[in-house]
Design a binder for this molecule. Structure first.
Ligand code: ATP
Length: 735
């Protein structure tokens, strides 16, 4: 890496566009460019330009007070510039880790304060420029450009400031920058983490509440589902039952009523038939007449028998008188037999007259009567023996007459009796039909009563199911009023449910659970979703941040270790080189560097904190002290050195730095001003040695130094107050 070109425009005294070309002699010899000219011509302004374009922010180091002090302020003859612009061209021939082969860094500042940085004509940020240059091995401030007064500054600086200078010189700057960036990121990440954790703490309880509500919501929806299924089953099954039974019982009632009505009308028909029958069978006049005739005959026969008895008595008397007797059948026996028949007839009459005639008895009586009648007739028809003595003809005639009349009466009685028997037979048939009809009527009535009872029972059953239906509908309307219209379809779908009433306890429990859970804000789900997303996002972010923090802490630890190791190595090398250059410049003596432990820091509560290395626990280096003993002297404190000794010590120090950690280029602004001729010569030799690795741009009035330059730029101040550049090749100077 070397410096090829510097372009200035509007920067301090370089109002016009001015370019400086730097030509390294070879890769093995980076060479030295001298900048010479009278006091106040603008030589140091070139060093300032290099420092400025490399991103210097300190106006003090740039020898100004405010930013615009770097812009050409004009002169009596020339107007001021509107902006200052400096471009620095570097050629990368030895740092493959930097991908660019040529780096053109540009910085521009306008009077209105607008500032621009560019890398290869592309806008860039200040930090990017600083990091890029640090990677190229160029210290922004203290080391690559060593200005007037800075030589001594390293001696008068505090140990900690000196350490900073050494760190940069040791090439720790890129690591420190990275560490700084990592620390910033770590700080930001920690802040973000604490914010995220604070938000999580804030959201957490709300999310828990919402999660509980969501759980209830899920529980509710599961219960609602169960309630729906239970209700469907319960109402469907119940209606299937009620509806089925209502239909069946209704049919039963209708059937029973129809049967009852049929049986009743049949009974009525029988009643009518019976009434007609009863009307058609009044107590027979004919029968009475016959009975009367028979009675009359009986009376007549009784009278005839009396007459006959009287006559027979007269005959008997006469027989007694005439010993004639007729004993075929005594009259008393006949009378007795007729009276007996009369009794039987009377009994028969009573039997027939009774409300419930005993026809068997009547039949038996009629049979008995007939037998008696036939026996009597046959006995009576036996020819009477001729009286032993002649009977009075008149009596005989009377007796014959009586017998004849008697015979006629018997005939008539038999005829009437036969007629009576025929009538009885006829009557008996009629009665039997009547009784049969009555029996049928009774049976029909019984059946009709049974049908009525059945109808009544069914009606009661129907009323029971109707009550159940009404109660069911009241309950249904309370819970599912819309289902009433489609109950039949539901019942068909659900079908018969065994133990449907058994569903009620669970249904009641589910309903009461739902009531207990109550209604849930429908916004809850949305709010829960949002809170959950936010919580998850923050959790992921927290985890990411924790991971990033852990990663950054590791990076920082590694950087600390790198910085510590490099610092240690560089320190010892620098210490060695410092001693060597000191001896060279002083022609003897001794000088060395000392590491000082860091002062303990105070925490927020005022407690002291030991500053030790994070990884190793070693005490952190807080500063660097310089000990220098010129030859023949015993002093060690640099404060006691003379002005020249101080300058030599500083130069030895700067040279040790340049030797230990060669920078691609170093601008030295009148570093050698305080040296006498002999020492100037020594310094020039040292620069010559070091220029194999470092390109030098040296502002000097020193001839010995000028002699080491391959190119000399002469700077003059024109009468319009601007600097002008004149390039002089060394060969020409020598000529
Ligand atoms: P010496 O050899 O004495 O150190 P030098 O050649 O290094 O001198 P510089 O310090 O580079 O000179 O130049 C200083 C000059 O630049 C001063 O005269 C100062 O007035 C002038 N100058 C500084 N800033 C500006 C500016 N913004 N506009 C115009 N002139 C400026």
């Amino acid at each position: 890496m070397y410096l090829r070109r510097l372009e200035l425009q509007g920067f301090k005294t370089f109002a016009q566009k001015t370019a400086l070309e730097f030509h390294p002699q070879s890769k093995a010899r980076r060479g030295l460019t001298g900048i010479v000219g009278p006091n106040g011509s603008g030589k140091s302004n070139i060093a300032d330009a290099i420092r400025w374009v490399m991103g210097e922010q300190s106006m003090k180091l740039l020898r100004g007070k405010k930013g615009e002090d770097v812009i050409f302020s004009g002169s009596a003859k020339k107007a001021r510039s509107g902006f200052a612009e400096v471009s620095l061209t570097l050629v990368n021939d030895d740092k493959p880790e930097i991908e660019l082969s040529e780096i053109v860094v540009t910085r521009r500042l306008y009077r209105d304060g607008k500032s621009e940085y560019e890398v290869n004509r592309q806008a860039a940020k200040h930090g990017e420029i600083v990091l890029l240059l640090a990677q190229a091995g160029l210290g922004q401030r203290t080391y690559s450009v060593i200005g007037q007064g800075m030589v001594d500054a390293v001696l008068v600086a505090s140990p900690s400031e000196r350490k900073e200078f050494f760190d940069e010189a040791a090439g720790l700057r890129p690591f420190q920058l990275k560490r700084h960036q990592a620390m910033n990121k770590l700080e930001t990440s920690k802040q973000n983490l604490s914010q995220a954790e604070a938000l999580l703490r804030e959201i957490g309880p709300r999310l828990s509440t919402l999660e509980r509500q969501m759980k209830r919501l899920l529980e509710r929806s599961s219960l609602e589902k169960e309630r729906g299924e239970l209700e469907r089953k319960y109402y469907g099954g119940s209606w299937h039952d009620i509806w089925g039974n209502l239909t069946k019982v209704q049919t039963d009632v209708e059937r029973a009523r129809a049967s009852e009505s049929k049986l009743s009308s049949e009974a009525k028909a029988l009643e009518a038939e019976l009434a007609a029958m009863e009307k058609a069978v009044p107590p027979s006049k004919e029968f009475d007449n016959l009975r009367k005739s028979l009675d009359d005959i009986a009376d007549q026969r009784a009278s005839l028998r009396e007459q006959q008895a009287k006559l027979e008595a007269r005959v008997e008397i006469a027989r007694a008188k005439g010993d004639t007797a007729w004993a075929a059948l005594p009259l008393s026996k006949i009378i007795e037999s007729v009276e007996e028949s009369q009794k039987k007839l009377n009994e028969l009459w009573k039997v027939l007259e009774s409300a419930k005639p005993d026809f068997a008895r009547a039949k038996s009586l009629v049979g008995d009567l007939r037998a008696r009648h036939e026996s009597l007739v046959s006995k009576l028809q036996q020819p009477a023996p001729e009286p032993a003595s002649k009977t009075d003809p008149k009596i005989a005639k009377d007796l014959d007459e009586v017998a004849k009349q008697m015979g006629e009466l018997v005939k008539r009685a038999a005829s009437i009796q036969a007629e009576l028997d025929g009538w009885s037979k006829k009557e008996e048939g009629k009665r039997a039909h009547l009784f049969e009809t009555q029996r049928k009527l009774n049976q029909k009535r019984t059946e009709a009563q049974q049908a009525e009872r059945k109808a009544n029972e069914s009606a009661v059953e129907l009323a029971r199911w109707e009550t159940r239906r009404d109660a069911f509908l009241v309950e249904l309307r309370q819970h599912q009023p819309d289902w009433e219209k489609t109950l039949n379809t539901l019942a068909q779908e659900v079908g018969k449910v065994d133990g449907v009433e058994g569903l009620l306890p669970r249904l009641a429990k589910v309903r009461s659970q739902l009531e207990w859970i109550g209604s849930i804000d429908p916004e809850t789900e949305k709010e829960h979703g949002e809170a959950k997303t936010r919580f998850d996002f923050l959790s992921t972010q927290t985890a990411d941040l924790k991971g990033a923090i852990a990663g950054l802490e590791t990076v920082i630890e590694e950087l600390d270790e790198t910085i510590r190791t490099r610092s240690e190595t560089a320190f010892h090398a620098m210490d060695r080189e410092f001693g060597k250059f000191f001896k060279l410049l002083f022609g003897g003596g001794e000088a060395k560097l000392l590491q000082l432990e860091a002062e303990p820091e105070e925490d927020e509560e005022g407690n002291l904190i030991e500053r030790d290395d994070r990884t190793t626990g070693r005490q952190e280096v807080g500063g660097i002290e310089i000990q220098a003993t010129p030859p023949g002297k015993r002093l060690k404190n640099i404060a006691l050195l003379s002005g020249g000794e101080r300058a030599l010590t500083s130069i030895a120090l700067i040279c040790s730095i340049m030797a230990t950690n060669p920078s691609p280029f170093v601008v030295l602004d009148e570093v050698d001003a305080a040296l006498d001729e002999a020492n100037s010569k020594k310094f020039a030799d040292i620069l010559s040695q070091l220029s194999d690795k470092t390109q030098f741009v040296v502002v000097t009035h020193n001839r010995a130094t000028m002699q080491q330059a391959s190119v000399l730029y002469g700077v003059t101040l024109t009468d319009d107050g601007t600097s002008q550049l004149l390039s002089v090749k060394l060969e020409d100077v020598l000529k």
